[in-house]
Design a protein around this ligand. Sequence first.
Ligand code: C2E
Ligand code: MG
Ligand code: MG
Ligand code: MG
Length: 283
Amino acid sequence: EAKTLRQRVALRYNSSMSEKLNMRSAYVAELKNALKNNEFVLYYQPQYDFDHQIIGAEALLRWNNPKRIQESPEIYIPIAEDSELILAIGDWVLHESCRQLKILQEAGLPESFKKLSVNVSAKQLGQENFFDNICRAIKTSGVNAGQMTIEITENILISRIHDAMNLIAQLGDIGVDCAIDDFGTGYSSLTYLRRLPSSLIKIDRNFVRDIHKDEENRSIAKMIIALGENLDMDILAEGVESAEELQCLKDLGCTQYQGFYFSHPLPFDQFSVLAKSRYLEAC
Ligand code: C2E
Ligand code: MG
Ligand code: MG
Ligand code: MG
């Protein structure tokens, strides 16, 4: 018997909904397996100062599986975030980044290399023992806490401002810095910013794109740089892709940079070769 249009629409809607849910839970199962089978790796993207000396790097998660290696963590971190899985992945990232930093240090990093940055998710920030987890990763690896930076996106920071403030204060006591990631995409109030003992603001790459041509981006970046100067925070520009963008950022007074213009994120072995040279040869 023919269904009414409404019934048919409802049916189609429900089946596509449950299809999506099935796909999602299959994906979560794959993520779980990936963690169990050691399929995650960290890539490292170098960061440079005004003179193009290497000053640090950001650890970025990659799924080392032929089918998934190109997939951005932007796809699977939010999915892992919906389950408790993000906590195990996040803990793995902390331990692995500290372990590899130790290897880099023993191989000899240039003196200009100050910090390794690690991204953390909202759920990790809400974890009661998160600070202890960070301490454990630092202790187990034997790295110096002063060589670590924790990156928290502006959005997560604001939605978990209480947890974030406590964590940043605790981290500050042991010498771990905090960077506000993707700055400009959230709505932090100046009051909060003033009270946050964060040492670095990362200008979101959306405001860096074509900054030499895009007047709006240029004025936003200008504002963020002025803010950083007033609050005594360093400013790093994310996603620098061209010499023109870099020059414009330098003219505006931004002194730290990261982006494809300098280097893509690299697998550990390639990164460790690059990290040994203080200056970037390409520039
Ligand atoms: P993010 O922390 O803002 O990292 C910067 C992202 O920009 C990286 O994407 C990097 O590959 C990309 N990028 C760097 N330079 C350029 C450039 O010049 N042009 C363009 N178009 N992109 C550039 P990726 O690796 O795909 O990571 C995406 C996001 O996933 C990260 O954004 C971060 O929020 C999250 N993420 C990555 N690794 C982790 C992790 O270990 N834990 C957590 N919680 N989140 C992570
Ligand atoms: Mg980041
Ligand atoms: Mg960012
Ligand atoms: Mg981001």
